[in-house]
Design a protein around this ligand. Sequence first.
Ligand code: BGC
Length: 887
Amino acid sequence: MDPTDGTTTLANSNTCIKEEPMDISDPPVINQKVDVALLKGTMTGKKILSKERPDDNARHLASTLTLEEQISLLAGSDFWRTVAIPSRGIPSIKTTDGPNGARGAFFKNGTPAALFPAGVSLASTWNLELMYEVGQHLAAETRARGADVLLGPTVCLHRSPLGGRNFESFSEDPYLTGKVATAYIQGLQKGGVGATIKHYAVNEQETWRMTVNCAVAERPLRELYLRPFEMAVRDAKPWAIMSSYNQINGTHGDMNDHTLREILRNEWKFDGCVMSDWTGTNSVAESIQVGCDLEMPGPTKWRGERVLRAVESGQLSREAVERSAGNVLYLIERVCRGKTDMTEPPERSDDVPERRELIRRAGAQGLTLLKNEGVLPIAADKKIALIGPNAKRAIVHGGGSASVKPYYTTTPFDGLQAQVGSELLYARGCDTNKWLPLVSDANLTTPDGVAGVIVEFYHGDMFKGSPAFVHHKSQTDLFLWDSAPMEVLPAYSFKVKAKLTPVTTGYHTFGFMTVGPGRFFINGELFIDNWDWTEEGEAMFDGSIDVIKSVHLEAGVTIDILVESTNEVRPMAKKSFSGRTHQYGGCRIGFQEEFKADLIAEAVEVAQQADVAIVCVGLDDEWESEGYDRSTMDLPKDGSQDRLISAVVKANPNTIVVNQSGTPVTMPWADEVPAIIQAWYQGQEAGNALADVLLGYANPSGKLPTTFPKRLADNPAYHNWPGENEQVVYGEGMYMGYRHYDRTGIEPLFSFGHGLSYTTFSYGEPTISSKKLSDAPPSNSLTVSVPITNTGSVAGAEVVQAYVHDPKSRIPRPEKELRAFARVELAPGETKWVHMALDKYAVGYYDTSLGAWIAEEGQFDVLIAASSADIRSKISFAVPESFTWIA
Ligand code: BGC
């Protein structure tokens, strides 16, 4: 019975009930059996005889389209696809997030996909061959989702440890980021899939992400924040780039003349397609004029008719429209190469053993051993206690658009249990949920008794008549961004219906958040009224806070749950503030039964019975996510994980802490425990990769791509984070990451580039191929070589780092900057030479007085290092005469 209208709600004839994974509207299969003119180098029968540039074909085709046709190409057709013009042989292509998997057309509950380690974990490997391999597999995954363009990699820098999306990007260092991104893009595009390097530019925080103005000086802009993009554009030629939401020195990323036209197009000669971030187009004429070619998602909000009028009124040039249409066509052409049929295939899974193996290997290589006083690896005969909130949870990715529905997941407990003979001891130790666990994790069924809930969609915002669509959903994180049926947009209402049977009697707690207005009923009675919410929370991009309320329930007594919500914009204040709507709608329903156990006491008891205790702590996709930043560097929640670790190590001195997070966390117990592994987010093989390293089947070789400070207050952005009144000043200038710690002498907890192994390495004397570097061949590049020996008894890999120090410069420069690195695998006793190339980019800085890069005449030192704080030797060379360049 529907308590609000007193009628039994039945599906009408229009209603479709689908079981997951078909619970989502099937992606439209676009019939594109068109004569793909682009692919054949022909246009209306005419062959282009001499092609001087690779994009000539696309540009020629653009020039033959009508203005209306050109304009139609400048915005998506739907959430993920471009517009097709079948009469002109132009197919639609499909994009998908990105970056550590190819999710497909649905944000939640989509087609199962391979989940790779998060960007920060990939960067911790410093392994460029591996990155290339990951790119190739991501290409296959993207194709399996029926898509042509992957929305990744993310290359924004780790400016503050609190950055909500740091996990998704690679490093605090632009050079490491640029190298990793380049290899990733090369692998991906080799597979025929376009990369979309993002978010261009200066997108280092999530707070006010759509509106914040990031004030950054020209030199750090060039030398730090644009550097990874510049390197990738030069060396990997990404087919697409995504502009950022934020403003850069007063202008949004999609309409920023300086970053888009002057630098990207004019200086770097980028020949690909610029697309806006999703709903991140902010103007009609300006964004096209400076070169933001494609508004995403579609259907258009800013283009179409409005662009036509802008051209007619002279606000926007026809050339700009044609140029952007040509850029979109060039992207389409690139992803279509080799295809004979442009019919979009349905999404499928492609869970193959080679990919599983790669993800496990990449995971193990990213694991970073921060400390080890003889406890690791764990011998096979030891009795192990696995403790902690993350021990039996699959913490595999951060939150937001980087998440996918993985083929499978592995937990630390399962991974370890599969490889050790004896039974593991286990204790949860504490809880860390930011929001209550989903009610779908409890004993929840649809009214018909199937696990999960029913979502009924109604046309309009009044729940009128019968539902137009009924979907089944297995879980209650009902973010309907791209999974509400297109047919009910723009205004719809929905009901969620389910039955819940508690396992225990007690005061049980529900959590309820909605994107639009919402109400929550239990047994027909209004339980939580969130209809006129005013306080914004963090989940679901602009949704309400989580409203928490407890109620006494009896074990085994089933209750009816009903949610009513709409995508109507409320409160009005919100609409006027951001000018956006809740078009996507949605709600999240959480639930937790009352419990009174002393979890830490249980953990201590278990630790005492074991030879070795492993405590799995950290963050998860609720604490670390797109959409918001962290508010503290401390482990959640309220110190419980820190208390747990201290209690366990007192009970068992052989305690290993495994921390899963994409960013540094404060470790007040770092001196108390003998071993710490930084485990990042490792994707679907997280548990197995961790077990491989804990047991010594894989020797850790990861090194930190980001500094771990002792305290939040030590980090360089501390005084300028996240800013105020939607303004943030990048006040630390050039001194970001280790550049800041070097300059201030503040000792971090673990330095950039630090990571231990189960073996040891010695560094021999370096040599240099030339003592001079100039801008003309053959002396425009030199090679530093150093012999590395594995002095231990097991095989291992070492990441050798080369930092350049400029002893004398006209303007202040960081103490040293990473300019080359090499990873070398060595058998016990083996020695290999590693070779690292340096060129003008290794010595240059951006001189704002010249508006150019300059390599200043003088001596430069190359510091050969095992980490930014562990310099092993030095070798020098000279630039005999200053020289400058633009790109
Ligand atoms: C994110 C992008 C993502 C896009 C599509 C945006 O909110 O910032 O990184 O690719 O959504 O999901």
